[in-house]
Design a protein around this ligand. Structure first.
Ligand code: PRX
Length: 653
């Protein structure tokens, strides 16, 4: 296959941190041959209250004992100090966050000095409620400045934050609060969505009741006033965020943290079981998020940078808050959606704030592409110098549209491959050094050693297809599954001894460029949101009329993947449009709107092996109408099932 190579114009290249391939290769070589020296130099760009004794120590072989990964051993630092205090002498009056609200015209700029004060006040409020180092604080909020302030306040005093995306349901929130036994919840009265105010406190209340019923009591619930809707406040538990913060001192000493103390937990889906609490620790995460931010987005002083992600996902943690602020950047935080009040909102916002780096997801690009170029052409996008993509493979057609119509052919695109578990960007072009090919994440970041393995775990050489794994640790790597270190080892290191197993398939071309081909496990990616098929299945079977369910991802024009559920009902139940609606509502209730199945096929039976394992390979082929490519079905316990499924699938078309 020949792919077009794109390179950035010289006017950008001359000022870049990494200007050409030689510079990249020299640094990359050093970073993998002498990681201690390389990462010590990167860590020196941060403030340490006490320097580390040793850069790293690890065991990557489950066969030799439990997995352990440590960076900057015995170093003491604080990420909030690095994001705020250390910038105050020269950046007190510089904008740290630009908040662009849901409605046009509703915005706010917050300087480093103001953010520092807000964070200190809320940190003191947390302390007053008895929150101490190591306590867990759940955060369930929309994209408002208090969200960033709450995270930083936790980090300042050493509390571990666990942010739950505001689109998750009360049940999903309760599960997460309970798993890590959070002492406090921080939420809002409501959320603005398009022209409507949507309640959030009701879901938060329900989650807290569920926790109580299961024996876990959240002591304090801070509520930010966002929509002003009338909500019940429970005496002795609920407190207004602004009242609590305003009553406190604007100064709060930082808690010096060990580099390996936990910073946050973020739940993410895997192929089996409940979502895992991915735990990131202070020192390594800070160094990795900050360093990748600087180089991948080629951030320079004075630039206006915008990442459109929600802070409820890792992208928002690393590339709206911690990465940018640790580098003294000005970071845009957007509350709204790309299509409100119209599909020109992103571009109007780029024009309004003169954004230089813009980072979004392929699903948003595809959705906006479908609305036509006229929305892009209305605005002056000449401030843009770089575009970014994250969350799922970007199809070359969307890449080209983004490059041509948004970047006007001038801006490099950084297609960044990484995961909640990796803490920061792993494979991506360095924008002015590595030429791009549409659809490829190109080459690894400094210190990252990706390899492609075959099923036997042997490293493949040259141009090939394989399973993506990473050799040797990097500072931003997750350290454990919260409260379940065994699961950490099993999920990520059992498959291939000595390697971090990423769960993605990948192709390497003759230039050594990496092309992510999608998950090799039962995880699907719906509009850049990661979902375990098992979670959706378990939500479906918890409905009294469902006997069995199998869920798969299928190609979807806008979302990347859609959710297709094959559902077998109990003998007493009959399929009906009402039941279909009810099942969708049930999944929304159990997990959240992002998990709603796009298609439900009431299947009389599912294809299973004689040992009872559902053959998803067959279901995937049926969903994509490839009836003649079902492969070997001789191992099926009941071969009639397949014919029935094809008939019911065709009836849905
Ligand atoms: O399958 C890969 C896909 O998203 C997964 C990670 O999802 P999550 O932990 O939610 O983090 C998303 C944001 C970092 C990966 O295993 N993925 C992410 N970025 C890309 C991607 N697939 C292809 N290209 C990407 N740039």
């Amino acid at each position: 296959m020949t792919e077009t190579l794109f390179h950035a114009p010289d006017e950008f290249r001359n000022n870049a941190w990494i200007k050409n391939m030689d510079e990249y290769q020299t640094l990359y070589q050093e970073s993998v041959e002498d990681p201690d020296t390389f990462w010590a130099r990167m860590a020196d760009n941060f403030y340490w209250d006490k320097k580390w004794d040793k850069v790293r120590e690890y065991n990557y072989h489950l066969s030799k004992g439990p997995i352990s990964i440590q960076w900057f051993i015995n170093g003491k630092t604080n990420i909030c100090y690095n994001c705020l205090d250390r910038h105050l002498p020269e950046r007190k009056d510089q904008t740290a966050l630009i908040w662009e609200g849901n409605s046009e015209g509703e915005d706010l700029t917050i300087t480093y000095g103001q953010l520092h004060e807000k964070v200190c006040r809320f940190a003191n409020a947390l302390k007053e409620k008895g929150v101490v180092k190591g306590d867990r604080v759940a955060i369930y909020m929309p994209m408002i400045p208090e969200l960033a302030a709450t995270m930083l306040a936790c980090a300042r005093i050493g509390a571990i934050h666990s942010i739950v995306f505001g689109g998750f349901s009360a049940e999903a929130l309760a599960d997460r609060i309970e798993d890590s036994l959070c002492k406090v919840l921080v939420t809002t009265d409501g959320v603005m969505r398009g022209a409507k105010a949507v309640p959030l406190k009701t879901a938060a209340d329900r989650a807290l009741t569920l926790c109580e019923e299961r024996g876990h009591q959240v002591q304090t619930c801070f509520v930010v006033k966002r929509t002003g809707s009338d909500i019940p406040m429970k005496a002795d538990r609920d407190v207004w965020w602004h009242e609590a913060a305003d009553a406190q001192s604007p100064e709060c000493p930082v808690e010096w943290m060990d580099a390996e103390d936990p910073l946050f937990i973020l739940y993410t889906s895997g192929s089996t079981g409940k979502p895992k609490g991915v735990q990131h620790n202070v020192g390594g995460y800070m160094v990795y998020a900050g360093t990748t931010f600087k180089y991948v987005f080629d951030y320079h002083d004075g630039d206006i940078y915008w990442c459109t992600a929600d802070i409820g996902w890792v992208t928002g943690h690393s590339y709206i808050v911690y990465g940018p602020l640790s580098q003294g950047a000005t970071s845009v935080m957007f509350e709204g959606v790309p299509t409100y009040p119209d599909p020109g909102r992103f571009w109007a916002t780029v024009d309004k704030w003169k954004v230089n780096q813009f980072y979004t997801a392929p699903t948003a690009i595809r959705a906006l592409m479908a609305q036509g170029e006229k929305w892009v052409e209305k605005y002056d996008l000449s401030s843009l110098r770089l575009l970014g993509s994250v969350g799922e493979p970007i199809n070359p057609e969307a890449w080209r549209w983004y490059h041509t119509h948004v970047g006007k052919g001038r801006c490099p695109i950084v297609d960044t491959w990484w995961q909640t578990e990796t803490g920061g960007i792993m494979i991506s072009p360095l924008p002015y050094a590595i030429d791009q090919k549409p659809g490829s994440a190109t080459l690894p970041f400094f210190g990252i050693q990706p390899v492609l393995l075959n099923e036997q775990g042997e490293e493949l050489a040259g141009a090939c297809d394989g399973i993506l794994a990473i050799k040797e640790p990097w500072p931003g790597q997750m350290r454990t599954v919260y409260n379940d270190h065994d699961r950490f080892g099993k999920v990520y290191f059992q498959m291939f001894d000595g390697y971090y197993f990423a769960g993605d398939g990948c192709r390497r071309d003759e230039d050594g460029y990496f092309w992510i081909t999608g998950r090799v496990d039962d995880v699907i990616n719906v509009s850049g949101h990661r979902m375990g098929t098992a979670e959706v299945e378990s939500a479906l079977v918890s409905h009294p009329q469902v006997a069995e369910a199998a869920v798969i991802g299928y190609p979807h024009d806008i979302k990347g993947q859609g959710i297709y559920a094959f559902v077998t009902l109990n003998v007493s139940a009959t399929p009906s449009p009402e039941l279909l609606k009810e099942l969708k509502a049930h999944v929304r209730e159990e997990i959240g709107p992002i998990a709603t199945p796009d298609i439900i096929n009431f299947a009389p039976g599912l294809p299973k092996t004689r040992s009872g394992k559902i053959m998803r390979r067959i279901l995937r082929k049926i969903a994509t109408n490839e009836y003649d490519q079902l492969g070997d079905i001789s191992t099926l316990a009941d071969s009639d099932v397949v014919g029935n499924l094809i008939t019911s699938h065709k009836a849905l078309l």
